[in-house]
Design a protein around this ligand. Structure first.
Ligand code: SDX
Length: 428
């Protein structure tokens, strides 16, 4: 079999043979050979929202969206969620393989000793209004970290990059917890490096100076599992932002801030917060059919549903749904669960959703768990961001190891005026 594509340009009658990449794609740059005359620029590919464009080769995450398959470095998400830990998955994503016992010990120690942030970050945090959204604070404070670790700009130094990545994974929970404490007007709680990653996060979020918060081990395990489920998802909007901004060779703190900003939107990570708002608006089970009617009339959107890649059940949503029952055993039933199940039941039976392949995505059930763990809804997307940091960072590291990558610079099809001469204001 010849791994090529033969294209005939009907404008000129000429035929071109284009080599295929991995038997799955054409090199878009090969289209430039297709010209009507010598000084013609050549063809471009037009792909708004990158619906059908591979922007990189990657060996990190595999998704089969028709068959609900998700793997990190070849390991099925179900096995990792069941048997691994978030920090082990961080190691896997960054270094490519699961760590040995000694490698993991060293890695964990490294992360847990980088959890503190510079004292001036607290002053920076204090500058925000009391009701500032924690995602806005996270974007700003992650970006601010680059001002404290200026050496992170040396992105050509792999050892420096590794140090920056460890710092990002270690400090994200501290920034997230500080953002929450600021919003609540409560004193910041310093990290406890003798605690595990997730237990320390609960400690920084909910501890009071005179009262140690006691978190049930089931909840610690559950949040760890949720972080695993969010750890990477190939070339989604925020990862694309990470790679795109990172391609200018700015420091990784700045690039992660851009990724967090992309995640903030309700069509992406912000959907977990929006799901709870939506359920609250629906109000009760008997109102679900009326709400679904509005969705089908495009007057509302079913948040936490649909996906660009999955046209089957998001495997992460299936794990989260099961996990919710384990969490509610400890916290008591979340009253929104019944409502969410009813929305899912009705939607999955409806032709509108079936025809479009719309299923619950990772964001549909996570908010119910976070709420039962006592996290306020505006911190839900921050929790997604903490989980996604290793994914963004491993994609960024991979980009630097790929000699074919350059600064990202898409083309456009210009639709504006061909030429206009300037007219002074008094003559317009
Ligand atoms: C995440 O990409 C990733 O991997 C992301 C993510 C990750 O881990 O990084 O998985 C995390 O971002 C999950 C998605 C969270 N967002 C939401 O839950 C918001 C609701 N979902 C939709 O906005 C939407 O489904 C997207 C944004 C997730 C995907 O959008 P697409 O691929 O651009 O699909 P589309 O908007 O073109 O929809 C196709 C059709 C349209 O109908 P028609 O014009 O063909 O009639 O499906 C309809 C849409 O109107 N549709 C929905 C819907 N999602 C799509 N209709 C109602 N409710 C929805 N949620």
């Amino acid at each position: 079999m010849r791994e090529t594509l033969t294209v005939t340009d009907n404008r000129t009658g000429k035929t071109y043979e284009l080599p295929l990449v991995q038997n799955s794609a054409i090199n878009a740059i090969d289209l430039r050979k297709i010209k009507t005359k010598d000084d013609d620029f050549g063809l471009l590919s037009y792909d708004p929202a990158l619906l059908n464009t591979a922007t990189c080769k990657s060996s990190i995450t595999f998704i089969d969206g028709q068959n609900s398959i998700l793997k990190y470095r070849g390991y099925p998400i179900e096995q990792l969620a069941e048997k691994s830990s978030f920090l082990e998955v961080c190691y896997l994503l960054i270094y490519g393989d699961l760590p040995t016992g000694t490698e993991f010990e060293e890695f964990e120690k490294n992360i847990l000793t980088h959890t503190y942030v510079h004292e001036n970050i607290k002053k920076f945090m204090d500058g925000f209004h009391y009701d500032a959204h924690p995602m806005g604070i996270l974007v700003a404070t992650i970006s601010a970290l680059s001002c404290f670790w200026g050496e992170s700009k040396n992105v050509k130094d792999p050892e420096q990059n590794e140090r920056s990545v460890l710092r990002l994974i270690a400090k994200a929970p501290t920034l997230a917890a500080f953002a929450y404490r600021h919003r609540m007007g409560m004193p910041y709680i310093y990290p406890r490096n003798d605690y595990g990653y997730v237990k320390n996060f609960f400690h920084m979020m909910f501890n009071m100076p005179d009262e140690e918060c006691k978190v049930h081990p089931v909840l610690i395990k559950a949040l760890d599992k949720l972080f695993i489920l969010h750890a990477d998802h190939e070339q989604n909007c925020s990862t694309n932002a990470m790679r795109s901004v990172g391609s200018s060779h700015c420091d990784p703190f700045t690039a992660v801030a851009a990724a967090v900003a992309a995640l903030y939107g309700p069509l992406h990570g912000g959907a977990n917060e929006a799901v709870l708002k939506m359920l609250a608006q629906v109000g009760s089970k008997d109102k679900v059919p009326e709400f679904i009617k509005k969705v089908k009339a495009k007057e509302a959107m079913l948040m936490g549903f649909g996906h660009r890649v999955y046209k089957s059940y998001d495997p992460r949503a299936a794990i989260v749904k099961k996990l919710a029952y384990e969490v509610f055993e400890v916290t008591g039933m979340n009253p929104f669960l019944e409502l969410a199940l009813e929305v899912e039941r009705i939607a999955l039976e409806d032709e509108y959703f079936v025809k479009r392949g719309l299923y619950p995505n990772v964001d549909f059930y996570t908010g119910l768990i976070y709420q039962s763990m006592k996290f306020p809804s505006d911190i839900f997307t921050v929790l997604f961001a903490i989980g996604r940091i290793p994914g963004w960072c491993s994609q960024w590291l991979e980009m630097f190891g790929d000699a074919t990558q350059k600064i990202v610079r898409p083309r456009q099809l210009y639709t504006g005026h061909k030429h206009r001469d300037y007219v002074p204001v008094e003559d317009r």
